[in-house]
Write a protein that binds this ligand. Structure first.
Ligand code: N7H
Length: 472
């Protein structure tokens, strides 16, 4: 079974957060000093048991506040996650193959296969990424808390322990959006509803979480890890983190919705625009799934954890129609549920992203044009990138034919949210099935609304590996 005192807390449990700093660092040449100092930082790293404890105390705090009729704030806590890229492992002198070639080659080498935008010169592809992600980052700290000041204090503490053995190369702050937008990403949709339940850990899965998946699809070296035999012993109970810096063009997205409403029955143009947005996502902004609420938002359903994820696209009987939810809708593309006979365990990932950047300004909204960078600091965990993040992006979201086996006159098209077309310069994507009354009609999307500015693949070691293999 999984040792939850050994697995980092961000992976299976998640660390509650209002603010989160993602701090990328390089290790300096005195590696021996770094490994020695690292010993003093390991006590800061949050374990799964601790993350669960934080959740429990927040729940208790909320219940107590509710009993008093008061509003509960987050309990003051800080959670820390630490992970290393292949460059970092090499720098430290850990040269074993971890059993994941995409990780070992790094995300930059994967950018073209992911269809990130870029330029090709002399047969060489260079993505349009922030320079920092092209320079070989060694490691990342993710620091989550209820307040920015607690985060700053923790960073100071970490840095004081590590001294000059690392230097920060880039930091980006994420935060939960204000007031009623809390929990919603920048396009306005509630996020963080659906994650897989993991055997040995999630003892009470929610309806619709799907068959609980074997821990080895998330944790290296555990039950059903497809590459179990090729893992070095120190990699066991670690997980591979895919990080992506994804900018979102919110005013442009909204302008498109405004210009292309899908009005059914009595819908006003505004409702038609909401409806198109929901068709592209597969959920209403509230989080209510189209598969259960096909024509009208249902905020009560959205708020009910027993129901808001309990669907698999086979309603009423026929998985072959997109009357309720387009085949290409973001949530259907990235977790096709019964489109693949509910047999997608190995392709599930655990998502832990957070929005970054300011709210849309009135000027941006009015002009329909982004001038302030904002988006999602996407982070997900899996044991094999070629089944998880990389596979979902390349073989599902970017693949017009997926899900396969649908009626011949209804090509699903690209995932309208994250799908990327192969041509790095011209990006007209076609998506099918957006109009429930005309299943064969296609819609051309003028632009990408989610733009990759880079990222890296990291390995989040177990606590025991940090102690014995990484630190000395
Ligand atoms: Fe996606 N969004 O807010 O628009 N995502 N996502 N995602 N996503 C989901 O069901 C979003 C991205 C998955 O189990 C929801 O929890 C945005 C990448 C998966 O039914 C919303 C970006 C990848 C699921 C968003 C983005 C995925 C999922 C519904 C980028 C993987 C679960 C909330 C800026 C390659 C599907 C929920 C399921 C859900 C949004 C990126 C994957 C609202 C804005 C890169 C597996």
């Amino acid at each position: 079974p999984v040792d939850i005192n050994n697995v980092q807390g961000d992976i299976l449990a998640g660390i509650p957060k209002k603010f989160e700093a993602t701090l990328f660092f390089n290790i300096d040449d005195n590696v021996t000093a770094f490994r020695k100092n690292l010993t003093k930082v390991i006590p800061f790293i949050t374990t799964t048991t601790q993350a669960q404890g934080i959740r429990a105390s927040i729940l208790k705090h909320k219940q107590e506040a509710a009993a008093r009729g008061a509003q509960a704030d987050l309990v003051p806590v800080v959670g820390v996650t630490l992970a290393f890229s292949q460059f970092g492992l090499k720098k430290i002198g850990i040269n074993d193959h971890i059993g994941d070639s995409l990780f070992e080659n790094g995300q930059l080498a994967d950018a073209q296969a992911l269809n990130d935008k870029g330029t090709i010169k002399d047969n060489k592809f260079t993505p349009d990424w922030l320079p920092v992600f092209k320079n070989g980052i060694h490691g990342v700290f993710v620091i989550a808390s209820d307040s920015q000041s607690s985060i700053e204090a923790k960073i100071t503490e970490i840095k004081s322990k590590l001294g000059t053995t690392i230097h920060e190369v880039f930091r980006v702050n994420g935060n939960v959006r204000p007031k009623e937008e809390a929990g919603h990403e920048h396009f306005g949709f509630l996020d963080g509803i659906s994650n897989p339940a993991v055997i040995d850990f999630d003892t009470h899965p929610l309806p619709g979480q799907g068959n609980p998946i074997s821990p080895g699809f998330i944790l290296l070296g555990r039950q059903d890890d497809p590459n179990r035999t090729s893992r070095p012993s120190w990699a066991v109970e670690g997980s591979i983190m895919a990080f992506r810096y994804l900018s979102q063009l919110v005013p442009e997205f909204n302008t498109f919705l405004k210009k292309n409403p899908i009005q059914i029955g009595e819908m006003t143009p505004e409702q038609g625009s909401e409806f198109l947005g929901a068709r592209l996502m597969g959920r209403w902004k509230s989080g209510a799934p189209l598969d259960l609420a096909p024509l009208k938002d249902d905020p009560e359903l959205a708020a009910d954890r027993q129901r808001n994820n309990n669907f698999d696209y086979s309603f009423p009987e026929d998985i072959q129609t997109q009357d309720r939810c387009p085949f290409a809708a973001h949530v259907r593309k990235t977790n096709p549920r019964n489109d693949l006979g509910n047999r997608v365990e190995r392709n599930r990932i655990i998502r832990r992203g957070i929005p970054f950047g300011p709210e849309v300004t009135p000027t941006e909204a009015q002009q329909g044009k982004t001038t302030h960078d904002r988006g999602l600091l996407f982070r997900c965990y899996q044991s094999v990138l070629g089944n998880g993040f990389h596979f979902i992006q390349q073989s599902w979201a970017n693949n017009e034919g997926f899900p396969f086996g649908k009626p011949a006159d209804q090509t699903p098209g690209f995932d309208p949210i994250i799908g990327q077309a192969p041509d790095p310069n011209s990006r007209v994507r076609v998506v099918g099935g957006t109009n429930p009354q005309n299943a064969t009609a296609n819609l051309s999307l003028p632009t990408d609304w989610v733009v990759s500015k880079g990222g890296e693949y990291f390995f989040a070691p177990s606590i025991s590996a940090l102690k014995t293999t990484f630190a000395t």
